[in-house]
Design a protein around this ligand. Structure first.
Ligand code: BDR
Ligand code: CA
Length: 317
């Protein structure tokens, strides 16, 4: 299995990404770091601990990361994820603070971890703003060789979701995204065009209820998904169901065969104005923008199948 680190901001879809990363047999999840993002850093970090406990992944530890973007003020989106960042469920376990390594910092922890590794080993996945990884690659250029790849959920080839130009994770810390894309490390972007295909339809909910046998964990998962469905309906007029953005980035690592990718130049707009946070994708190779892999399509049935398998495993544990 591929050694993997997950940096996230749970977040309803981040929670699903954590469970997929924790249980997919093709990867070994070594740990989790948290960033600011969907809610403030404190709430996000607490949510990450709750997810680990609820899903039987409490052998893992959470390392707190940066509490704000590199140079901009922090942003949150309660309209999508609620006041807690993971609203909608009454089935969460008791909070266990021992799962959080309060005295450590994500960037330093990751640097120490990378120092123990052979070249080209660790895969870094991000499902929130890229602040932590941007600092890691800036502070420790000598450790780039240890990183196999960086895969993140974020960006869009076309329209954004938070502004007409920008996707949320990139808009929150565009400078960080730009640094990661220019790092020279192999980077894969999993944009909205892909994640908007991974919809939690009513049929998906029904299948989940059967596979998870209406257990308390099943109730938790369904409650989270239904809250996400409600906000996506209110905010984006998505009537089929909410998109599972973040587990797509994990799936692009543990089941790469489910994705179509194209290598292209991508530029992140970091100047204020209507295009701030846009990921300008050079589909026709007209520029010398840094080249990254951009996922352009996903096998949705295959994706749901591995996600369900991981949820079934979490249900057993
Ligand atoms: C991204 O923004 C967050 O709200 C989600 O967790 C996801 O990572 C989608 O734009
Ligand atoms: Ca997220």
């Amino acid at each position: 299995p591929l050694p993997v680190w997950l940096d996230c901001d749970p977040g309803h879809d981040d929670a699903m990404a954590m469970i997929l990363a924790g249980y997919n047999p093709n990867i070994t999840l070594l740990g989790i770091s948290t960033t600011h993002g969907n809610q403030d850093h404190h709430k996000i970090t607490r949510n990450a601990a709750l997810v680990l406990k609820a899903s039987g992944l409490d052998h893992l530890r959470i390392v707190p990361g940066q509490t704000k973007p590199l140079i901009r003020p922090a942003m949150v989106c309660p309209g999508i994820h609620g006041e807690t960042g993971m609203d909608g469920t009454f089935t969460l376990p008791a909070f266990d603070s021992s799962l959080i390594l309060e005295n450590e910092k994500a960037v330093l922890h990751l640097a120490k971890l990378l120092q123990t590794m052979a070249d080209h080993t660790l895969t870094l996945i991000a499902t929130g703003p890229l602040t932590n990884y941007s600092l890691l690659v800036t502070l420790y250029p000598e450790l780039h060789c240890k990183i196999k790849q960086i895969i993140f959920m974020g960006g869009a080839i076309g329209s954004g979701n938070w502004t007409p130009s920008a996707e949320y994770n990139i808009l929150v810390d565009p400078e960080a995204a730009s640094i990661v894309m220019q790092s020279g490390i192999s980077v894969t972007m999993v944009p909205l065009e892909v994640t908007h295909q991974a919809i939690v339809t009513d049929q998906v909910i029904q299948e989940l209820e059967i596979r998870l046998e209406k257990s308390p964990f099943c109730t938790l998962v369904i409650e989270l998904l239904l809250f996400f469905k409600k906000t996506y309906q209110e905010v984006f007029d998505f009537n089929q169901g909410p998109p599972l953005h973040d587990p797509c980035a994990v799936a692009a690592v543990c089941a790469a065969e489910l994705f179509t990718c194209k290598n292209m130049g991508v530029h992140v707009v970091t100047t204020d104005g209507p295009c701030l946070g846009q990921t300008v994708c050079d589909i026709y190779s007209k520029t010398d923008y840094p080249k990254i892999n951009v996922a352009t399509d996903i096998d949705v049935d295959g994706f749901m199948s591995i996600l369900f398998d991981s949820l079934v495993q979490a249900n057993i544990n």
